[in-house]
Design a protein around this ligand. Structure first.
Ligand code: VGL
Ligand code: ZN
Length: 209
């Protein structure tokens, strides 16, 4: 459904980083295809925040930390944790934004997952579901009235960022063609069902005027 973008709409660009693009350690199929779509999309928004997955070496979400296989799960203090290949290590090339990402007017960069013992798919709240990152306060103080979300990956960091924006009370839209998914064991289908259940809209970039 067509949405007219105004000055109080915020765009969150989630984790468009080398490790989530082809050649990266946790490459999302076709992940780099979002780059031109995001670049064009972001130009329509006055309020733009980028998130950056930003883990210390030995992070709790790394399979290597537990001598386990990537893409298995373990139970940790805050619940079930998927174990990933080492990715987005603070300061590494893999953690850098994709070199084609061209959003110079973005005003905030929120780094998440920086605590050794807590993951954070969401840009708003860590995986303990208690520790706020500060992004919610930032967007509130900027006067954001609606939140649009795009980036990588649809079924993990985009999804949890959208869920938390909705829980915080914003109308939320995920820009479908500016996202790509990991799709682990049916996670994408479950994510779309959750968007529906939570009243999170899905729009195409071409529907935004
Ligand atoms: C992500 C898995 C682990 C994401 C981040 O950006 O979707 N996925 N860390
Ligand atoms: Zn991560």
């Amino acid at each position: 459904m067509r949405q007219v973008i105004g000055g109080r709409d915020a765009l969150i660009v989630v984790d468009v980083q080398n490790d989530f693009c082809p050649g990266g350690s946790l490459a999302v199929d076709d992940g780099d295809a979002v780059v031109p779509v995001v670049n064009a999309l972001a130009r329509r928004f006055a309020i733009v925040a980028l998130t950056q997955d930003w883990h210390p070496a030995g992070h709790i979400s790394f399979a290597s930390t537990h001598d386990a296989e990537p893409f298995t799960t373990i139970d940790v203090a805050y619940g079930r944790q998927v174990l990933w290949p080492d990715h987005c290590v603070q300061g590494s090339e893999g953690a850098a934004f994709h070199p084609g990402l061209d959003v110079p007017h973005a005003q905030a960069i929120l780094r998440k997952g920086h605590q050794p013992g807590i993951d954070s798919y969401s840009g708003f709240r860590e995986a303990d579901r208690a520790t706020a990152t500060g992004l919610g306060g930032y967007l509130r103080e900027r006067g954001a009235e609606r939140v649009f979300v795009c980036g990588l990956a649809t079924d993990f960091c985009v999804a949890w960022t959208a869920f938390d924006a909705a829980e915080a009370g914003w109308p939320v839209f995920v820009v479908d063609d500016a996202c790509r998914a990991i799709d682990l064991d049916g996670s994408l289908e479950r994510t779309f069902a959750e968007f529906e259940r939570r009243g999170i809209g899905r729009v195409a970039a071409s529907e935004l005027g």
